[in-house]
Design a protein around this ligand. Structure first.
Ligand code: CP
Ligand code: NVA
Length: 302
């Protein structure tokens, strides 16, 4: 496996399944008091240029559970926020810590960090990708449906970071992915170029109803991602009709599950009713961030 986790495009199907297997094991071990301190004495620097609840808390808790320690760093606390180049930050941190998790805007910043760092770099969300989220989603889907291969997933809404990573991760694991996005809000060209190699497994449509029909898993995410706050009203208009609600769920498989990376905006991308009816699956998904990321850290930093 590569040194870094900057995007799922870099991982093979086997890499993903290895991470999911270790994540399942770590979840079991944690619940049975059999945790191994495989990162004893190691430090993870966590750089946040955007807000976070789940990513911060799951990485911090995860590395503690594995015997290591986290360093929470916001851009304001670092010279990076005052213009110190990424290549210098990467080389300095490589002398002190054993891994870097970064949440930022441009994917290129994460790739540059990984290029210059001699220690593993983990993408905790960029405008392009959210690989850790999708590892947790795949883990949750497999837990609930006992398979990934052949599972039909509908992503309803914005072709954003979560959608891009879901396309790549889902297709690598043999899923059928249909994305319903309004025109102008398509997934990134890199994700669509990857999907072009899976013509039987991938569809991009304009109709949420078409995507939902027969789906085993319904996935959605916010209409305005972090950094797009100013476009929120314009996006609310563009995404009208792209809500995961009971009418849309009625077209999916009777036992279809729902995934949402959170935070959720009830009444926008998901109705309160559907959210609460599927809260168990959604909070399993949030919990699995912890286990999936512990597996990633153990594999890259162990
Ligand atoms: N899903 C997710 O990444 O949540 P946070 O923004 O709270 O980290
Ligand atoms: N697409 C959302 C995901 C938040 C976890 C965002 O980037 O804000």
């Amino acid at each position: 496996m590569k040194k870094d986790l900057t995007k799922l495009l870099d991982l093979s199907r086997e890499d993903i399944l290895d991470i999911l297997g270790l994540a399942d094991q770590m979840k079991y071990d944690l619940k049975h008091g059999r945790e191994q301190k495989v990162l004893s004495g190691k430090t993870l620097a966590m750089i946040f240029q955007k807000a976070s609840t789940r990513t911060r808390v799951s990485f911090e808790t995860g590395i503690y559970q594995l015997g290591g320690q986290p360093l929470f760093l916001t851009a304001n606390d670092l010279q990076i926020g005052r213009g110190e180049p990424v290549e210098d930050t990467a080389r300095v941190l490589s002398r002190y810590v054993h891994g870097i998790m970064i949440r930022t805007f441009a994917q290129s910043e994460v790739e540059d960090l990984a290029k210059w760092a001699t220690i593993p770099v983990i993408n905790g969300l960029t405008d392009f990708a959210h690989p850790c989220q999708i590892l947790a989603d795949l883990m949750t889907i497999r837990e609930h449906l006992s398979a990934l291969e052949g599972v039909r997933l509908a992503f309803i809404g914005d072709g954003n970071n979560v959608c891009n990573s879901m396309i790549v991760g889902g297709l690598k694991c043999g899923m059928y992915i249909t994305v319903a996005a309004p025109e102008g809000f398509d997934p990134a060209p890199e994700a669509l170029a990857f999907a072009a190699d899976y013509p039987k497994h991938f569809k991009l449509v304009r109709s949420p109803e078409e995507a939902a029909t027969g789906a085993d898993v319904m996935v959605t995410d916010v209409w305005a991602s972090m950094g797009q706050e100013k476009e929120a009203q314009e996006r609310r208009n563009a995404f009208a009709g792209f809500q995961v609600n009971s009418e849309l769920m009625a077209l999916a498989q009777p036992k279809a599950m729902v995934q949402h990376c959170l935070p959720a905006h009830r009444g926008e991308e998901i109705s309160a009713e559907v959210f609460e009816a599927h809260a168990n699956e959604i909070f399993d998904e949030a919990e699995n961030r912890l286990h999936a990321q512990k597996a990633v850290m153990a594999m890259l930093m162990g």
